[in-house]
Ligand binder design. Sequence first.
Ligand code: ZN
Length: 384
Amino acid sequence: MPEVEKILGQLVSFDTTSLKPNRACIDFIRDYLAGHGVKSEIIASDDGGKACLWATIGESHEPGIVLAGHSDVVPVDGQDWTSDPFTLTERDGKLYGRGSCDMKAFIACILAVVPEIVGKKLARPVHLAFTHDEETDMSGAIRLTDHIRKLGIKPEWVWIGEPTLLHMIDQHKGVAAFITDITGVPGHSGQPDKGLNAIELGAQFMDIILQAAQNKKENPVQNSRMDPPYTTFNLAVVSGGTAENIIAEHFQLHCQLRPHPGDDFITNFNAIEKTARAKFKPRLEAFAPKAGIKFCTCFDIPPLMPTPNNPGTRLLGKLTGNTETEAVSFATEGGFFQKLGTHVLICGPGSIDQAHKADEYVEKAQLTACVDLIRQVLLSSGAA
Ligand SMILES: [Zn+2]
């Protein structure tokens, strides 16, 4: 069995569903690297259960290339799997298992190439960056990019091996969410003016968001590769009220945004908050201090923007013979790495069509092709 498949089998055997600790998987990678003389830094959460790994082959303080991937996977609950999701199983040239494509495949490919490059004279250092919680709040990417910033390293470019069938991706939207709580003043439904109905304010608040959404739709980004070509809003979860004959005291809304590259969550969120506070001020003041409105941001995953003269795009384009880059509808950790002031390229084995589903798989041919590509990139002189 090829080494990359053996390693992928070991990685898949760790149940690293995002809600669970990923430490055993990270420790396995650390021990594997140590076995080849590569020292790792473990950047752990406060309770130690979750961890990122940072390792360098070559001169540790030089910029170099970062190969990045997330170690966590989505849950298998309620999914109908043909074989055990945590035992890598081969059928017809495909390797089945949770995380087999998204995205333990890329990590396995990197690890398989490590023995070939240690001790070699590299044109530039190779940094390995493995995270946790990519599938939830991307707190691993935040933790790890903070660490890289503290080390004072500004990588030349970052290669994230999310499943793209080895096509090059350099653009995607962001994802962010916020929660709004409106507190009114309850009372008898027969005398609506003696209380403050939180749901009434909530309806007006949702209208503010719908107007913002409409405004984006009417002013799409010119020459966009995204579909749709503007920032979108989703009124996602609403709750409030207790009974038909009571003026509603509470209203809560969860709202999601998908900012178009070049747009950002915080600007939109601040504008919505400002409009709402101004609009509701007289009514909230009339019922102060009981009435109020509260805003809280949940997470903010930045969009990925294409950058001019991306050395990753140049190099991989030359090696694969396919110089075209694409935009995708899913978000990655790329935006956090881009905030380091570096170029980012998304390109990895397996297809996003298989990710997050029962019977997730990666084709063996994709693994072989990715191992070859990583080897060529790391051993190339970098002249592209
Ligand atoms: Zn992924």
